[in-house]
Design a protein around this ligand. Structure first.
Ligand SMILES: Cc1cc2nc3c(=O)[nH]c(=O)nc-3n(C[C@H](O)[C@H](O)[C@H](O)COP(=O)(O)OP(=O)(O)OC[C@H]3O[C@@H](n4cnc5c(N)ncnc54)[C@H](O)[C@@H]3O)c2cc1C
Length: 450
């Protein structure tokens, strides 16, 4: 390394993608600095303790077909356990509460058939749809000009099946189907092995939790990188010169040969770039948005739902809460229910006073789990919209027409800048697996260039 450089590479952001990129570079002897804007590590991975148990307020599950995250968990010596599913699930759809087991809630016969057929049609439609494609591909442009709601209009017939479809979109993306491009929707499904994969617990993306919480992934990666990671030092400008990049942060300036920006595109927009970015990157940053997601933690003296033969999973197509799961740690602490509030419901909840938020969410959970759920001993809510450096959750979604016009997600290096983040992943876009893919790819690009 020539003395005029502080590091071979600077990584912007200590989320999973940034830490993965830094680790790969350090492993082969490169010098690296990681700057994180926030006072904590991990970005959209965040584990906190409630009632003696660890609860994931961000990334929650690991599923089959995710080789990188599975290997990382193994390498770090961490253990997974299945999402507790012993007992019935409950679903509130069309104003009626039903108990069920397996993937399909028991609905009217016609609605059950409709869910099955529309799921098959979605699987068929998403097959082969990728984020990348030719900008002049008319079929992609047409799909990108429609919303996921319009797509559903053409394949879902009954009101119950439609309500469940809308619910699934809100839970996967943090937006309503009429806010989402049909092309982005199908490409995302394909990148995560399909609709069934993304909506299922057993055998799907919600299969297993990490004992002790996902936060361990980022603390262990950062510990191995220490002292190269600095918190509370946002990168404010990246100025490219003939031989390197000057990185301006809130505190100082650094020189690096290469920079990896591992930040969601709408948040990366706040950094000043000299020279200005090419139109494709600039467009994605300006014309993509993150969804809205709030997790609420309700603590009870005990996991009372188990006495009633329930596993703690509840789905609701009406009301402020869309999904509830059992977040208790086996054999430790109190009974915990984690309620997920997404899309417009999360925006509406954020406008209420704390007491009203607790009342609204508790009432909705009690509709699913009965009067014992109405009296939690403690309640807290955690909106991702309030995290200014994550900007929302779980993933940046290009507006209608943007993905097709760009010919895909712009992930190629621009000069000495390289681009990471789950939002740019080809496989498991939006998931931790995608964050690892993108971090490894960006590190490989830097190594190739150095
Ligand atoms: C509620 C929720 C549930 C989820 N559930 C799952 C799940 O079950 N399974 C799964 O696989 N994934 C899940 N995810 C998604 C998963 O968390 C993300 O895919 C992954 O953590 C993204 O990592 P990243 O590094 O790409 O981005 P981020 O985690 O967003 O990291 C970006 C980092 O950059 C920092 N930053 C921003 N601007 C600057 C700047 N100017 N200078 C320096 N630093 C900056 C941010 O503070 C942040 O730490 C969930 C996410 C949420 C929020």
């Amino acid at each position: 390394m020539t003395p005029s450089f502080d590091a071979d590479a600077v990584v912007v952001g200590a989320g999973l993608s940034g830490l993965t990129a830094a680790r790969k570079l350090v492993t082969v002897g490169r010098t690296v600095r990681v700057f994180e804007a926030s006072a904590r590590l991990g970005g959209k991975i965040r584990t906190e303790r409630f009632g003696g148990a660890h609860v994931d307020l961000g990334a929650h599950w690991i599923g089959p077909g995710q080789p990188r995250i599975t290997a990382l968990v193994k390498e770090l010596g961490l253990a997974t356990e299945p999402q507790p599913l012993d007992g019935d699930q409950v679903v509130l759809v069309g104003g009626e509460l039903r108990r069920f087991t397996g993937f399909l809630p028991r609905l009217r016969w016609g609605a059950t058939l409709d869910v099955a057929i529309s799921t098959l049609r979605l699987e068929w439609m998403r097959h082969g749809v990728r984020f990348d494609g030719a900008p002049d591909d008319r079929a992609r442009r047409a799909l990108d000009g429609r919303t996921a709601a319009e797509l559903a209009d053409s394949i879902v017939r009954t009101s119950e099946a439609r309500a469940l479809f809308d619910l699934s979109v809100k839970l996967i993306f943090g937006v309503a189907p009429d806010e989402l491009s049909a092309l982005v929707f199908l490409a995302y499904l394909h990148s995560g092995r399909g609709y069934l994969s993304l909506t299922s617990f057993e055998g799907g993306a919600q299969a297993t939790v990490l004992s002790g919480g996902m936060g361990q992934l980022v603390t262990r990666l950062a510990d191995a990188l220490s002292p190269r990671v600095t918190l509370e030092e946002p990168v404010t400008a990246l100025v490219e010169e003939y031989d390197g990049v000057t990185v301006h942060t809130s505190r100082s300036r650094y020189r690096a040969r290469r920079v990896i920006v591992a930040v969601p595109p709408p948040v990366a927009q706040r950094i000043r770039y000299e020279p200005p970015l090419p139109a494709s990157h600039e467009t994605l940053q300006r014309r993509s948005t993150l969804g809205a997601w709030t997790k609420c933690v309700l603590e009870y003296e005990e996991a009372f739902w188990r006495d009633e033969g329930l596993c703690g999973v509840g789905l609701a197509t009406d009301g402020p809460v869309q999904l509830v799961i059992d977040g208790s740690e086996p054999g430790r602490g109190r009974g915990l229910l984690v309620a997920m509030v997404t899309a417009g419901h999360a925006h509406a909840l954020a406008k209420l006073e704390p007491r009203e938020r607790r009342a609204e969410v508790t009432k909705a959970v009690a509709r699913l789990f009965g009067p014992r759920a109405a009296e939690p001993v403690a309640f807290s809510d955690h909106p991702w919209g309030g995290d200014r450096f994550c900007g929302g959750a779980p993933v940046a979604l290009p507006e209608l027409g943007v993905l097709s016009s760009l010919g895909g997600l712009p992930r190629a290096p621009t000069g000495r800048l390289h681009w990471a983040g789950t939002d740019l992943a080809e496989r498991w876009n939006g998931y931790m697996e995608g964050a690892l893919e993108s971090g490894e790819r960006a590190a490989d690009e830097v190594l190739g260039a150095l």
